[in-house]
Design a protein around this ligand. Structure first.
Ligand code: PMV
Length: 323
């Protein structure tokens, strides 16, 4: 028995940064994202004979036993939850640069949770799928749905779930993923956020402000107010990265070109080309703008940062079972 699922990655417009429960991956604050059409993961979950070994393939390459532990442990945890068993092969093809702040773990765990449930013919709804994806990676919770998605922080496995806000938004919102550096990041998101939670004196303020930002963002989405959506997204990213500087020891994901990119966006905005940026746990920028401004922004980046690759994306769908 084997099933393949596709999940698109998502970019948080209001960031999740910090867990109050490491095992259940319960976040301290609610967050809000857009699911992207251009980046996705296809994952096949296959049940095999008990005499064969569990295997994990990433982009058609067999991954070592050691490096497969996160995936194996995740599948075993799901098997325990549903009281099913069997040896398995997981094959994942990422159409997202892995570990480069483009949230490949979000699409990866959303796709794996969906393929797993389909292979075992488990009757689960999307709310349950969002819980299962969360147990793999927090941000994966939101990749179950398309369009704009909220992840309600909650305080238990039951109520820490994703909710679709608008599955096919009519807002003209383009995202330009500026690939400053696609090498694997030096500090993973879990290590980074744990350090901040444990050592930043500003963490309580972050929680309060992030939850407030989710409410304001929902109003802006309802009013189709691109400007407010962009401004809140940029503020949330800046607050998260400022928080990193206040950890002990302080750290940053920014590289010189990240800051250069931020300056390009600020300058374009100043000159009437409306655009905003958001940045995750890596050096890459994601620019939020409207279709009519895309050309001008691309030209400006070509002049100032000629070596960076830029991929354009817009709203993508929720998880799908391919076959
Ligand atoms: O889901 P994780 O552990 O990869 O954390 C993702 C954290 C951010 O991407 C920086 C923010 C977010 O809400 O996705």
């Amino acid at each position: 028995m084997q099933k393949t699922a596709r999940a698109h990655t998502n970019i948080a417009l209001v960031k999740y940064w910090g867990k109050k429960d490491a095992k259940l991956k319960l976040p301290f604050n609610s967050s809000l994202s857009m699911t992207l059409d251009a980046f996705y993961t296809d994952t096949t979950f296959k049940l095999i004979s008990q005499t064969d070994q569990n295997q994990f393939f990433l982009n058609n390459q067999l991954i070592s036993f050691e490096k497969s532990q996160r995936v194996f442990n995740y599948v075993k945890m799901l098997q325990k939850r549903f009281q099913v068993e069997g040896n398995f092969v997981v094959s994942s093809n990422n159409h997202v640069p892995t570990s480069a702040g483009l949230a490949s773990s979000a699409s990866a765990f959303a796709a794996l949770a969906t393929a797993f449930c389909a292979a075992y013919e488990l009757e689960v709804d999307k709310t349950e799928l969002s819980r299962l994806a969360r147990l793999g990676s927090g941000s994966a919770t939101r990749s179950i749905y398309g369009g704009f998605v909220e992840w309600q922080a909650g305080d238990s496995d039951e109520n820490s779930i994703a909710l679709p806000i608008s599955a096919q938004p009519s807002m003209d919102l383009q995202l330009l993923a500026v690939e400053i550096d696609t090498r694997e990041k030096t500090m993973g998101s879990t290590v980074g956020m744990d350090l901040v939670v444990n050592t930043s004196p500003y963490y309580k303020t972050w929680i309060k402000e992030a939850n407030k930002a989710v409410s304001l963002m929902k109003e802006a989405i309802k009013a189709e107010d691109f400007t407010t959506v962009g401004k809140i997204a940029q503020e949330s990213a800046l607050a998260m990265h400022a928080l990193n500087l206040t950890a002990k020891p302080g750290f940053t994901y920014f590289q010189p070109s990240t800051i250069k990119g931020m300056q390009i966006i600020d300058e374009l905005n100043h000159n009437g080309i409306e655009c905003y940026y958001t940045i995750d746990a890596g050096p890459n920028l994601k620019v939020l703008t409207k279709l009519r401004n895309v050309k001008e922004i691309l030209n400006r980046f070509k002049e100032e940062l000629p070596n960076v690759k830029i991929i354009q994306a817009s709203f993508g769908p929720g998880v799908q079972i391919l076959n």
